[in-house]
Design a binder for this molecule. Structure first.
Ligand SMILES: Cc1cc2nc3c(=O)[nH]c(=O)nc-3n(C[C@H](O)[C@H](O)[C@H](O)COP(=O)(O)OP(=O)(O)OC[C@H]3O[C@@H](n4cnc5c(N)ncnc54)[C@H](O)[C@@H]3O)c2cc1C
Length: 378
């Protein structure tokens, strides 16, 4: 890939940079609810200015921009420390899945409210006994009048407590081989058959939840793809999840490294050979993460959808972010885990990086089998 920006891309970046300098709302408020509300308003501001869903088709509220422009956007947002967006799962996974597999009616119905953050989305894949081996999931959907009745349990469902829609995979044919008996649904969370219970994380936050479904109803028009084809649609979701992380995370890691170097200087450790070596190593790894993000983008530009190579930056990002926050804790000394401050929060939150969006072990299997072409383990 040519890493030099074309004159149009440069003009786009300059215009965006200027817009962000004027409109970036700055530091997020503390407290989960206030922060979510703030992020929702910020996403609406971006949408009104034409900066949400950059590469989505214009007729559905996007900008019809190139993937390079989308990557520039992610980099600039991280560089200017702009706040996160509320509807992450809808933007990174739900919308791209509807664009790739949805009917024209589904595109018309679902895409614009994702961009404006009017309707928040969550992802109901994992179950108490099915995480990495997703195809073994047990939630059942049974055909009923003009739709499906869904019964079962999902777990670790990020933002289920805020969501209007859940992209959910359920078993519709218990007699078919496990990957073939699944169907992909868009389930309305606002109905009696759906109960959401929060789970508390190591950070003290309740970002994720359990969902209990008892005859929850989904009409036929909210099935994405054909019944029995849910596995393919689920794979598109996961590929988008991993690829979507790559750019923002590459820049976020560079910024965090900058903060880490400030901490090193604050503590007078610039000349410490061990600290210098650990920071230097992290710098090298952050740079390879950035280049691998570009490699994934090149492949996506060639094939139209993200491929298995997106697993590599996701794995690299979790390793680097965990090592970086561990170094910060080592520098801050024994009191670090017990005090309530930014590095302690980052260190605790980073524990989940190698689990969320696919564990590192699973990503290594994908890279071995589907990128390097090594023999399959099963
Ligand atoms: C912060 C956070 C947010 C999340 N948000 C969501 C969400 O919104 N929606 C959702 O559906 N899920 C979500 N998850 C769940 C996440 O996708 C799962 O936790 C993850 O896929 C692992 O599944 P599991 O927890 O069941 O672990 P398991 O699959 O039981 O794995 C346990 C251990 O065994 C290893 N292992 C399993 N199989 C293999 C194998 N074949 N080869 C080698 N090692 C293996 C794993 O790597 C892991 O170390 C979230 C998780 C976290 C931490």
């Amino acid at each position: 890939m040519d890493l030099t920006l074309s004159p149009q891309e440069q003009a786009f970046r300059d215009e965006l940079r200027e817009w962000l300098e004027k409109n970036n709302p700055g530091q997020e408020p503390s407290g989960e609810q206030d922060m979510f509300k703030f992020r929702r308003e910020w996403q609406k501001t971006l949408h009104d200015a034409g900066y949400a869903g950059l590469s989505w088709p214009k007729e559905y509220g996007g900008r019809g921009a190139t993937l390079i422009e989308q990557a520039i956007f992610n980099e600039e947002m991280a560089r200017q420390k702009a706040p996160g967006l509320a509807n992450v799962l809808g933007l990174v996974m739900g919308g791209p899945v509807v664009i790739a597999h949805g009917t024209p009616e589904q595109k018309e119905r679902f895409l614009t409210p994702i961009l404006s953050a009017e309707e928040i989305w969550c992802q109901g894949f994992s179950e108490p006994e099915s995480g990495s081996d997703l195809a073994s999931l047990k939630t059942r959907a049974v055909k009923s009048n003009g739709g499906w009745n869904i019964t079962g349990q999902k777990v670790w469902t990020t933002y289920a407590h805020e969501a209007k829609w859940c992209m959910l995979v359920a078993r519709t044919d218990p007699d078919a081989p496990k990957h073939k008996g699944l169907t992909y649904f868009l389930m309305d969370m606002e109905q009696e058959g759906v109960q959401v219970r929060p789970l508390v994380q190591i950070t003290g936050e309740s970002e994720f939840n359990e969902i209990f479904m008892e005859d929850a109803y989904v009409p036929d028009e909210n099935v994405v793809g054909e019944p029995g084809q849910g596995w393919n649609v689920a794979i598109t979701t996961l590929m988008n999840e991993r690829a979507g992380l790559a750019f923002g995370s590459a820049v976020a890691v560079k910024l965090a490294l900058g903060d880490l170097m400030d901490l090193v200087r604050e503590r007078g450790l610039e000349e410490d050979p061990i600290i210098r070596q650990r920071v230097g190593q992290l710098y090298i790894e952050a740079e390879t993460l950035r280049l691998n993000a570009y490699r994934g983008l090149t492949s996506q530009m060639k094939h139209g959808i993200p491929g298995p190579e997106g697993s590599l930056p996701k794995w690299q990002w979790s390793d680097i972010n965990q090592a970086l926050t561990e170094l910060a804790m080592d520098i801050r000394g024994p009191e670090a885990p017990t005090v309530d401050e930014r590095w302690t929060y980052r260190f605790l939150r980073a524990r989940a990086n190698s689990i969320e969006g696919g564990t590192t072990e699973i990503l290594k299997n994908i890279i071995a089998e589907r990128v390097l072409g090594l023999p399959r383990m099963r």
